[in-house]
Design a protein around this ligand. Structure first.
Ligand code: BGC
Length: 465
C-alpha cells in the first residue's frame, strides 16, 4: 500500500483515544466539583451554622474562581503551552480538594471553593483545546466531546458520592475524594506530549512531526504539517496576539459564534433544571424524599446516556444538525414544563408529564448545546490566538452561569414556575435562530481548513476519508 492510501493503524488511533480520555479527567473534575456542593451543603450548613447569605457565598465562589481560571487559562496556554497548563490545573484541583476537605473554618472553605473554581475554569477550556489539537479531523468531534461526557459522569458521580456519604454526614469526604481524579490527570498528563499545533506555532517543527506521527500515517502528517506551515506563513504577515486582536474583522464572526453559544448554553436554563429538578418535582406533587433523590439520579443518568450518543454520532451527523434538533427538543420541553406549572396541579398525570419534560430537556441538551459549545470553541479560532479566544467564550459561559444562578430565585418569585420556564423557552427560540443563521459546520475538516476559511485563504486539502 502506498503512503498516500495508507490509513492509521489501530494502535496509532488508540494513542489519541487514550490521550483524550486521560485529558478528559479534567472534565470529570469540572462536573464533580460543580455538582458535589448540593449534597455537601446539607451538612456544612449545620457544622458551620451558615446564614443563607454565607451559603450563597460557599456555593457561588466556585463560579467566581471559574471565571478567573477561564480568564487566565487561555493566554497562559498560548504562552507556555497546553501541557504545562493542564498540569497546573491538576495541581490546583488537588490542592482545592484537600483544602475543602480539611477546612477548619468557613473562610477557608470559601477559599477552597475559589481554588477549585480556578481548576474548573482552567480545565473547562484547556481540555477541549488540547484534545482538539491532537485529534485527527475525522474523529475530533467525538474525542473532544469525551470532555462533555466526563463532565456529565462527574456530575452523576457527585450525586452518588453524596448519597454514599450521607449516613455519616461526611461532607469532608465528598470533597476529599476528588483528589483521586486530580492525581490521575496530573500523572497521566506528565506522560503525554505537548500539542503539535502549539509546537508548530513556536517553531518546534521536528517535535510537532513526531507527535503527529504517533497517531497518523506519513501522508496525514505531511498534509497537516503543510497546512500548519502555510498558515504560519500567513500569520507572520499579519501577526495576531492577545485579546485586542480578537476584534480584527476576519476573527470577529468566530468571536460572535463562540460568545453566542457560550451565553445560550447557560441562559436556556440547563443548570437551573439540573439543580432544581428535585424542587420542580416536589412542586408538581412528588413527596417522598427517596423518589426525589432517585429522580435527581435519573437526570444524571439521562445526561450521561445521551452524551454517549452525541460522542458516537457527532462526527457523522455533524455539529449543526445536532444543535438544530436539540434546541427544538429543549424549547418544546421547556414550554411544556411551563404549561404543567401553569395548571397548578399536583396529580400523578402532572408529575408524570413534568418528569417526561425534564428527561426530554436533558436529553436534548446532552446531544446539542452541551457537547457542541465546548467542541466548537476549540475548532473555530485561529491558532495564533486560540487560547485567548477560548478564554473569552469560557468567561462568557461561566459569567452567564453565575448570573442565571443569582437571578433564578428572583425570576421564580416574580414570574412563577410557569413564567420562568416560558422565558427559557423563548430564549430557546432565539438560540435556535442564532444557530440557524450564524453557526457553520466544522465536521471532518482540519483546524487549518477552518482557519483558512476565516482568513479567506487556501491550504492544501486534507485527504477525503
Ligand atoms: C455546561 C455546564 C453544565 C453541564 C451539564 C456543560 O457543558 O457548561 O454548565 O452543568 O454541561 O451537563
Amino acid at each position: 500500500m502506498s503512503a498516500g492510501n495508507a490509513v492509521a493503524t489501530g494502535s496509532q488511533r488508540r494513542f489519541v483515544r487514550v490521550a483524550a480520555t486521560i485529558t478528559a479527567t479534567g472534565g470529570l473534575l469540572f462536573g464533580y466539583d460543580t455538582g458535589v456542593i448540593s449534597g455537601a451543603l446539607l451538612f456544612i450548613r449545620g457544622d458551620f451554622v451558615l446564614s443563607t447569605f454565607m451559603e450563597g457565598v460557599v456555593v457561588s465562589f466556585l463560579l467566581v474562581g471559574a471565571v478567573t481560571g477561564a480568564l487566565t487559562g487561555g493566554p497562559l496556554s498560548d504562552r507556555f503551552g497546553r501541557r504545562p497548563i493542564t498540569l497546573l490545573a491538576a495541581l490546583i484541583f488537588a490542592v482545592g480538594a484537600i483544602a475543602a476537605a480539611l477546612s477548619p473554618t468557613v473562610g477557608i472553605l470559601v477559599l477552597a471553593r475559589f481554588i477549585l473554581g480556578l481548576g474548573v475554569g482552567l480545565a473547562s477550556l484547556i481540555v477541549p483545546l488540547y484534545i482538539a489539537e491532537i485529534a485527527p479531523p475525522d474523529s475530533r468531534g467525538g474525542l473532544v466531546s469525551l470532555n462533555q461526557l466526563m463532565i456529565t459522569i462527574g456530575i452523576l458521580l457527585s450525586y452518588i458520592v453524596g448519597v454514599l456519604f450521607t449516613p455519616i454526614e461526611g461532607w469532608r469526604w465528598m470533597f476529599g475524594v476528588a483528589v483521586i481524579p486530580a492525581v490521575i490527570l496530573g500523572v497521566g498528563m506528565f506522560f503525554l506530549p505537548e500539542s503539535p499545533r502549539w509546537l508548530v506555532k513556536n517553531g518546534k517543527l521536528t517535535k510537532a512531526r513526531l507527535v503527529l506521527a504517533r497517531s497518523r500515517v506519513e501522508s496525514e502528517v505531511e498534509t497537516e504539517m503543510q497546512q500548519m506551515e502555510e498558515l504560519e506563513r500567513l500569520e507572520r504577515e499579519q501577526p495576531q496576539t492577545g485579546y485586542k486582536e480578537l476584534l480584527t474583522p476576519w476573527i470577529r464572526p468566530a468571536l460572535i459564534i463562540g460568545v453566542g453559544l457560550a451565553v445560550f448554553q447557560q441562559i436556556t436554563g440547563i443548570n437551573t433544571v439540573i439543580y432544581y429538578a428535585p424542587t420542580i418535582l416536589e412542586i408538581v406533587g412528588f413527596s417522598a424524599a427517596g423518589a426525589i433523590a432517585a429522580t435527581a439520579l435519573g437526570v444524571g443518568v439521562v445526561n450521561v446516556g445521551f452524551t454517549i450518543l452525541a460522542v458516537r454520532i457527532i462526527d457523522r451527523v455533524g455539529r449543526r444538525p445536532l444543535l438544530i434538533i436539540g434546541l427544538i427538543g429543549m424549547t418544546i420541553s421547556l414550554a411544556l414544563l411551563g404549561l404543567v406549572f401553569s395548571l397548578e396541579s399536583t396529580s400523578t398525570a402532572a408529575g408524570l408529564l413534568a418528569t417526561i419534560c425534564l428527561a426530554l430537556y436533558i436529553a436534548s441538551f446532552a446531544i446539542s448545546l452541551g457537547p457542541v459549545f465546548w467542541l466548537m470553541i476549540s475548532e473555530i479560532y485561529p491558532l495564533s490566538i486560540r487560547g485567548s479566544a477560548m478564554s473569552v467564550a469560557a468567561i462568557c459561559n461561566w459569567g452567564s452561569n453565575f448570573i442565571v444562578a443569582l437571578l433564578f430565585p428572583v425570576l421564580l418569585a416574580a414570574l412563577g414556575g410557569a413564567g420562568a420556564f416560558w422565558l427559557f423557552a423563548v430564549i430557546g427560540v432565539v438560540a435556535w435562530l442564532f444557530v440557524f443563521f450564524m453557526v457553520p459546520e466544522t465536521k471532518g475538516r482540519s483546524l487549518e481548513e477552518i482557519e483558512a476559511d476565516l482568513r479567506g485563504a487556501v491550504v492544501p486539502a486534507s485527504r477525503v476519508r
